[in-house]
Design a protein. Sequence first.
Length: 278
Amino acid sequence: MKEEPRNSFERGSAPDHEPSKIDVSVPHPARVYDYWLGGKDNFEADRKVAEAAIAATPGVVMGARENRAFLRRAVSHIAQQGVTQFLDIGTGIPTAGNTHEVAQGVNPAAQVVYVDNDPIVMVHARALLRSSTQGRTAYIEADLRDPQSILTHPKTLELLDFSKPVAVIIVGTLMHIRDEDDPWGAVKQFTEVTCPGSYLALTHLTADFEPEKMAALADSYNTGPLLFTNRTHEEVSRFFEGFELVEPGLVSAAKWRPEEPIPPGAVLGAYAGVGKKI
């Protein structure tokens, strides 16, 4: 008998996938992240990894929440520049301050395409991520490592006009892509189809700030099917080729235009940046 998540899907929203496609015995990054954010849409396998990481690196939960806070600040900034189209890749399980909520809070007509490769994420997205009356949202189950399946998807083509500025949002995802899968090439495929005035916002784990803590986190997390790669400032900067970083540049996620002081004990373990295509 399959384990049920600790809360049920919204009534009246049928999954687009058979339950057999969701292997709850295998942890998934989106569900581990959901646990760190205080969510309930995770399973025992996810919780084991999440708790092991917390034990190895106290402060990882605050770091995850700072990463999420960056998403809200970045999307708000981009929307305030007049951008109304967003492609959010690696959406994660819905929580407060989702991309469309922030963007449509600035401009109710904003349109957002969400992408994730976890069927559970997509079930929740379709059930919970409701657009404003003026705007629109769409949800695609696909993998960042196959950009063309996303860029040529009918829902992408219906909602996004790449002859006008588009914001590509990739928060908390790229560190799960191995070097041999060429994450830089994948991101390039997304950004090269955008026009000048478009934006790229991303975060990426790094050991540059706190090497011992991030090494401990990697040792606890990189077990079984899960893996993340810490990358350096130079490696993360490569994602922004062709873009001009907005102030304050590529910095710790907690230090990118913070609205509140950095919480005591938070792990400064991620770079964050927003770039404008030139």
